[in-house]
Design a protein around this ligand. Structure first.
Ligand code: ZN
Ligand code: MN
Length: 499
């Protein structure tokens, strides 16, 4: 269907400089909606969480949700924004079947949070993404197009509308133009979305699940010839709903727009849709300008004037944010930069920290999650956090190793059992009989047999070559199927042969 000529990425970047802009919508996890008392639970029966206010019935009046305003102020503060002393809601007028009022209550020229920034890291380099504004608005409902092959309205037999989502508090975060990222543009876009998601998750104000739509990114991309001072026309790819897709959408738009410009064409200012299956974007509607929405101050709501005391109280209550946390664990665990990156990329930071909190030593916690369990997660094609093993289990296994009940080799078998659903680490140790054999009588018998079977090696040790004991320890381990206490076995072997 696509008739576009794409320019290979490296070639495009040799001639053009991309400029990005990212608008992110995040649904807040409040228990009630933005302007009414309706529940917000995801996945409820369609149209069961609605009332006259969020259905836009005549005469109904909105009331601002205080918890939502707290949520947006926390986000604004975490993004280093100024929280304004006075602002208003505005009506954004347009028709959409899933928006029963025919307008959205949003903020226009008077947003609540302005002028912030978020630092993101790409390949060891820090990029400061400046934040233009963070404003408060309400979500729309959802249309479901039935009967077509694509789920889009084209080709559908009929459409259904679910208003459960209409009126859920939505925070919109708008960056300033992101410039001078060169060929790192797709990675910077992805790193920004990743860091923003981590930040909002740490604040506990949204579950930020992109696959459920509680965080969605609109990605603006334009190109200008290298060295030019005037920016090109941008496209806006709407509702991109995974981190990987954010990266791919930017990449595709760079290749597509370079093709348009190379052919002497003009990039059209329009909204585009990202196609997950092909990694491409397709044309949507031509983009309207802000004035087309006929914004005006919302007459049904009083202005918002958050007191400085309230803002400072919220600032003081902010949790540790991801960047600070990463700096702290790097220090506390004595990590190299790459080790931290691997932990973060493996999604192991929470798991390791929880394991340490359950009593494990940091090095052991890291070792089990990053080596043994990461390997198993990869084998199963699962995320680490999805494995049926808890930080408490890992802490218990490392405790059993530390106290000498099991060794590393047996610990792996304990994980086999836990992952197979055989119970807690202690239960697996019990059921599989995995205790290290260190008691002198039992071990002594095995050692006598091993010495008898290896007279040459035994002679060497008798002659003073203590290093040769390693071979006998290996034989003891083999004979006990890994359950011997290797250190104790070594002591006993040398004792028997040299005293
Ligand atoms: Zn309602
Ligand atoms: Mn919006």
């Amino acid at each position: 269907m696509s008739t576009e000529t794409l320019v290979p990425y490296d070639e495009a970047l040799a001639r053009y400089e991309p400029v990005l802009g990212i608008e992110t919508h995040i649904e807040l996890g409040t228990t009630t909606k933005m302007f009414c008392g309706c529940a917000t639970e995801f996945g409820a029966e369609p149209n069961t969480q609605v009332c006259p206010v969020c259905l836009g019935m005549p005469g109904s009046l909105p009331v601002t949700n205080r918890a939502a305003i707290e949520g947006i102020i926390k986000i604004g503060l975490a993004l280093n924004c100024t929280i304004v002393e006075w602002c208003r809601f505005a009506r954004k007028n347009y028709f959409y079947p899933d928006m029963p009022k025919n307008f959205q209550i949003s903020q226009y020229d008077e947003p609540l949070c302005i002028d912030g920034y978020l630092d993101v890291e790409v390949e060891g380099e820090t990029y400061r993404v400046e934040i233009e504004r963070v404003h408060m608005e309400e979500d729309t409902g959802k249309s479901l197009h039935v009967g077509g092959a694509t789920g889009r309205i084209h080709g559908a037999d009929f459409s259904l509308v679910d208003y459960n989502r209409a009126g859920i508090p939505l925070v919109e975060i708008v960056t300033k133009p992101i410039v001078a990222t060169g060929d790192k543009a797709p990675l910077v876009a992805r790193a920004y979305a990743t860091e923003l998601r981590e930040l909002v998750r740490a604040l506990g104000v949204s579950d930020v699940r992109m696959e459920q739509g509680s965080m969605r990114c609109d990605v603006n991309v334009s190109l200008m010839p290298k060295g030019a001072s005037e920016w090109g026309t941008r496209s806006e790819t709407k509702n991109v709903n995974s981190l990987r897709s954010v990266e791919r959408a930017v990449r595709f738009e760079i290749e597509r727009q370079a093709g348009v410009l190379d052919a002497g064409g003009r990039v059209i200012q329009e909204t585009r849709h990202f196609q997950e299956n092909t990694g491409s974007t397709t044309s949507g509607r031509s983009k309207e300008e802000a004035q087309d929405y006929r914004y005006f101050p919302e007459p049904d709501l009083v202005p918002m004037a958050p007191s400085r005391e309230w803002v400072e109280q919220l600032r003081a209550g902010q949790p540790e944010l991801p960047a600070a946390r990463r700096a702290r664990v790097t220090e506390e665990w004595g990590l190299a930069e790459k080790e931290l990156r691997d932990i973060v990329n493996a999604g192991a930071l929470d798991l390791i920290e929880d394991t340490i909190r359950e009593g494990a030593d940091p090095a052991a916690a890291r070792k089990w999650w990053m080596n043994e369990l990461s390997r198993r997660a990869t084998e199963q094609g699962a995320d680490l956090a999805e494995l049926p093993v808890t930080p408490a289990d890992v802490a218990r296994v490392s405790g059993l190793v530390a106290e000498g009940t099991i060794n590393d080799k047996l610990a792996r078998q304990v994980f086999d059992g836990v992952l197979a659903g055989e119970g807690s680490p202690d239960e697996v140790v019990e059921k599989r009989g995995l205790k290290v054999v260190s008691d002198e009588g039992q071990l002594g018998t095995v050692i006598d047999e091993v010495i008898a079977a290896n007279p040459d090696v035994a002679d060497k040790i008798r002659g003073g070559k203590v290093a040769a004991a390693g071979a006998l320890v290996g034989a003891v381990m083999k004979a006990t199927r890994g359950q011997a206490d290797a250190g104790r076995a070594r002591e006993l072997i040398i004792q028997k042969l040299t005293s």
